[in-house]
Design a protein around this ligand. Structure first.
Ligand SMILES: Cc1cc2nc3c(=O)[nH]c(=O)nc-3n(C[C@H](O)[C@H](O)[C@H](O)COP(=O)(O)OP(=O)(O)OC[C@H]3O[C@@H](n4cnc5c(N)ncnc54)[C@H](O)[C@@H]3O)c2cc1C
Length: 562
């Protein structure tokens, strides 16, 4: 695979920015303060403003250069979001909410509007909020009820009167500007509404399970008047399209949130396990512990990273918004992070269950990542639908070609698990074909489960490619380097086995369960799903997991820990 052209920040600026974030956190957000704010259920607005203002200037990372920002790439934003999430997901959410809020502007506003609104963010550190969700319109945004009624002067629209209610809005109670999705006569449309506008009120913050350092509030708009120039892009009816344009990117950001928070929890468990002595030795030396509570989670998080990095590079190379890839990244990273944080509590036993050790807080925080910016089930639907179409359109070539490319990679890089990742993709192609013949996706459950299996099989391919690039020395110079090439290859082999096994085993269950194969046809189905090859590929799993332990603890020794 070719290396993407260098866009965005240079390596030194990125490193400097990541270091500045860590220093800022050490000064303003030490663990004791995070715990206190979590306990008080309080958003540290002043700290968020310092971050998005002169002291840190993190907002500049998200604003394009022509409007006063640093013009960072998707890859840079991934590194920055991961770092912020590793500190506190609530604060990270507060920072990111401004950029979700200004995304409709970045995508759809006129040049003059961009200069005005993005300029406010870059220069004044204005905080924004993204107002899409409503009490009755969550996953299904099309059913939104907020209404924008034109104010007419003769034939000319001079402004709009907006009425409605928004629900669960990050920064809802603290933002300076709000992008509000409302139904205008021409269809769903984004408007910029400023705090303090008459008729615009913010409810008190929600009492949440996690991300308690992030302000989440409902918004009420009662005949709020805005000028015609508050309409983003000045053309009605572009709202859902504009929201769609950035889904790939914003979902990738939430995926990086999962990555940062998942590793923050796991790192604490890893460190703990090296000093906690039970039954005569540290927990880190007990296979029953590491191979259940540490390794599978490190493996899935790093598979997510491989997929995130590849998707960010492709976005930066101009391949479009990559919505399906964003969904795959979000699904795997956030589900893996949630499981990793849960395992981290278990790995720290009674200490993990108390507040003081922070993994309990991280677990509550990271839970949101499988819900906001589209739930995991909506991701499954998005992924399942898109790849189903690809399979039909290409008559099965979609995964066959991808598998063949991996087989070629295996020939040149035999250590990275590309052969097993290829088996997973062949099995996926076989599974989709049996689903087509049996018309099984009439069951919503089958389509959604296919989405999940795809979100394992495709990242397995990315992971093999990333490990091969690490070995060849062709990773982006801005890539994260927690694991060396040998460690990545080991983790990739473990993940490829898991992904392929899921497709084969789950695939059999789904096809048979949905009536797609009677008992007489099980051998053919098993062949299409490569069941025996995939089972055979499990040879070497336990030694690889042993080696993965060594790689994970080597990484921790080198300072990649919380
Ligand atoms: C802390 C927090 C911060 C947020 N910040 C923002 C923000 O800044 N701006 C904003 O606009 N929104 C925000 N949201 C809203 C968030 O994006 C929504 O909560 C989310 O999209 C889900 O919508 P919902 O809550 O209405 O759930 P619903 O859509 O009602 O979903 C409930 C359940 O049903 C499932 N489901 C939904 N549709 C289907 C279907 N067709 N088939 C099968 N299953 C389905 C879902 O996966 C979920 O499990 C935030 C939410 C929270 C909790």
């Amino acid at each position: 695979m070719s290396v993407a052209p260098v866009v965005g920040l240079d390596r030194e600026t990125l490193d400097f920015t990541l270091e500045a974030i860590r220093e800022f956190a050490a000064r303003h957000l030490p663990d004791e303060r995070l715990l206190e704010l979590d306990h008080l259920d309080e958003c540290p607005v002043d700290t968020v403003r310092l971050m998005c203002g002169e002291e840190l200037g993190i907002q500049l990372v998200f604003v394009p250069e022509e409007y006063g920002g640093m013009g960072a790439s998707a890859f840079d934003v991934y590194r920055v979001c991961e770092a912020m999430a590793g500190i506190d997901l609530g604060v990270a959410t507060s920072v990111l909410a401004t950029f979700l809020g200004t995304d409709p502007i970045t995508v759809g506003a006129t040049e003059e509007q961009k200069a005005r609104w993005l300029g406010e963010v870059a220069e004044d550190g204005a905080l924004y909020a993204y107002g899409a969700t409503e009490p009755e319109a969550g996953s299904d945004l099309g059913s939104l009820r907020t209404k924008a009624t034109p104010i007419m002067d003769g034939e000319v629209v001079t402004g709009y009167r907006i009425t409605g209610r928004k629900q669960w809005i990050s920064n809802g109670g603290v933002a300076d500007g709000y992008t509000i999705l409302a139904n205008a006569p021409g269809g769903p449309t984004w408007f910029v509404v400023k705090r303090g506008a008459e008729g615009f009120t913010q409810a008190s913050p929600e009492d949440k399970h996690g991300i308690r350092l992030s302000n989440t509030a409902a918004l009420v708009l009662e005949d709020v008047e805005v000028g015609a120039d508050a309409l983003v892009g000045e053309v009605e009816g572009q709202g859902l399209w504009q929201a769609q344009q950035v889904f790939g990117y914003t979902r990738l950001n939430v995926a990086t949130f999962g990555l940062g928070a998942g590793w923050a929890a796991l790192d604490r468990a890893i460190t703990y396990s090296t000093t906690r002595i039970q039954a005569g030795g540290p927990l880190s030396e007990k296979q029953g512990y590491t191979h259940k509570l540490i390794v599978p989670h490190a493996v899935r998080l790093e598979a997510s990273r491989a997929y995130i990095e590849e998707t960010a590079e492709r976005i930066d190379a101009g391949e479009g918004s990559l919505n399906t890839e964003g969904a795959i990244a979000k699904y795997l990273a956030t589900e893996s992070a949630n499981a990793a944080a849960d395992a981290s509590i278990q790995a720290m036993g009674g200490y993990g269950y108390t507040r003081e050790y922070l993994v309990e807080k991280i677990k509550r925080d990271v839970r949101i990542t499988t819900i906001y910016e589209g739930t995991s089930e909506i991701m499954e639907m998005t992924i399942g639908r898109d790849r189903w179409q690809q399979h039909l359109k290409t008559q099965g070539a979609y995964y066959r070609d991808a598998a063949l490319a991996l087989e070629r990679l295996h020939a040149s890089a035999p250590e990275v698990g590309a052969d097993v990742a290829a088996l997973g993709l062949h099995a996926l192609g076989g599974l989709l074909e049996w689903a087509r013949v049996g018309r099984l996706t009439r069951n919503q459950h089958i389509l959604f489960r296919l989405g999940e299996l795809i979100a394992y099989a495709e990242p397995a391919a990315s992971f093999a490619r990333r490990a091969a690039r690490a070995a060849a020395g062709t990773l982006s110079d801005k890539a994260e380097r927690g694991f060396d090439a040998e460690g990545l290859a080991t983790l990739s082999r473990v993940f490829a086995r898991e992904a392929a096994e899921r497709v084969a085993t789950e695939g059999m269950r789904l096809v048979v369960g949905a009536g797609g194969a009677d008992p007489a046809h099980l051998p053919q189905l098993a062949q299409a799903l490569r069941v025996s090859e995939i089972q055979g590929a499990q040879v070497g799993l336990i030694p690889d997991m042993d080696a993965a332990v060594a790689a994970v603890y080597r990484r921790a020794e080198h300072g990649h820990h919380a």
